[in-house]
Design a binder for this molecule. Sequence first.
Ligand code: M6R
Length: 602
Amino acid sequence: MCGIVGYIGSRDAKEILLHGLEKLEYRGYDSAGIFVINEENNGHLFKEKGRIAALRSKVDNAVEANAGIGHTRWATHGEPSVRNAHPHQSADGRFTIVHNGVIENYQEVKDAYLEHVDLVSETDTEIIVQLIAWFAETEDLDTVSAFKKAIVALEGSYAIALVDNTDPEVVYAAKNKSPLLLGKGDGFNVICSDAMAMIKETNQFVELMDKEIAVVTREELIIENFSGERIERQSYTAELDSNDLEKGTYPYYMLKEIDEQPAVMRRLVLKYQDEDDNLTIDPEIVSAMTKSDRIYIIAAGTSYHAGLVGKELIEEMTNIPTEVHISSEFGYHTPLLSENPFFIFISQSGETADSRQVLVKMNEMNYPSLTITNVAGSTLSRESTYTLLLHAGPEIAVASTKAYTAQIAVLAILSEVVGSEKGLIKEPNMIQDLGIVANAMQSLVDEKDTIESLASDYLSITRNAFYIGRGMDYHVALEAALKLKEISYIQTEGFAAGELKHGTIALIEKGTPVIALVTEKSVAGHTRGNLQETKARGAHTMVISMDGLDRPDDHIVIPKVNPILSPLVSVIPTQLLSYYCSLHRGNDVDKPRNLAKSVTVE
Ligand code: M6R
């Protein structure tokens, strides 16, 4: 949530910062700003409400500057407005900062130190910059000391970049909980929330850790802890192909990412195959899982929905009891744990604050954990015992699609390897099954015209909608409903088909779209019966079924795949329905209102 960038070098800082912010726009897009400064100490601040494009048109191209910081915002404190947009400056104009995170004790800090200051914004961030100025002035501290003293007083999460107008040769940075990277260049250095922002400039990055400060000049990156001890840390090479970050000929990233799913399935099989063409997983992970008496899957949003499918796969193939929990609930209302728990964190970004707070607590209890993520080197990946990567390529649309199916596929591969190790699976066939899934996905992404016309017919004017299903289909119904509501703004519920009649059926009225998922033989008839009950009350019904369980009037028939992998395929038409519905309503498909891709606040 919120993206920050910084640059110090000899080139046009404005352009580098704006380009970086465009790449970070997925982290928040309600306002944005940059502050640039040149060697003659001339600083220029530009802020605008809305997207980076709006900021770009406001920036004065004549300004010459070779250092600066920038921010794209997802509002936490204070409405989206120019006044609340970052960067924020101290009252004396000396210090300028950008911040990602939430300062929980901002009111206390304000009362203790800043009663004399007239704050100009409603943000928690302004407190930080005013506090730095206060310590610098009243205690005659140099910038690093004032910065340290201020952040020691703060509680909460932050990634901060700071410029002191009196010394334009340095950009400062610090972090706690929120992600921040330092990028190394030849004659320049950069700061960013995500390597994507600066991959055009460099692929060499150094992670800044919690409670460290970085002093960044053109030539040097100095990292120190709060006691002033210098920390040496090797850089790593970010393996990002800048072409993967572009939409190419697609109108939206979401459509590109939906289309990439068959290729992701095939890539995953290759990535997790050994020289003998068998699926393989780090033996330490297999052993840790085998030893555990209960698995706890922790995740949020779409990743949580992948976890629900994952539970079925793990229990079916490994016989290990598995629970799935919403991360924002688990950390503060932890259930009674088993004797030997094993934690699986599922997170596309690897940065979700709700999941991270659980991981921090479980680490304190020394429980082993595995993060399944798309981002190597992400916070959750670094802080858990083990990592498995999704290899899905960057997912940029806020609505998650290819990460969901990759998460399920990795969980399927993991389950089969563990099940085989336990002697429960005699003839592993996940490689073939995932190949069949990839082909099935391809045939559905090739059916766009049919799905687009169903979206027009069913979802163009409706106010609310339902997805229903049982078992695996219920899990997919939850994901399908989330996808539709987040990008179309239609109030959609994913519901256990059999549960409707216990109350929720009262919401069905003439024309309400109810979409049933029917891929499981044992409950197919029941789900169809439940759909009929809604039709009898006026619902506009649609069926997505699997080949072999289909009936002549079904609207979408997905090819036959191993039923335990059906979510990988049945979800595809629901993703496309959401996409076309959002498109027809004139929404920004990739950047739906009020949301951000990487949710780094609790
Ligand atoms: O990066 P994560 O997988 O941890 O993110 C979790 C959720 O914020 C995310 O899945 C969210 O629900 C998506 N916008 C759904 O499309």
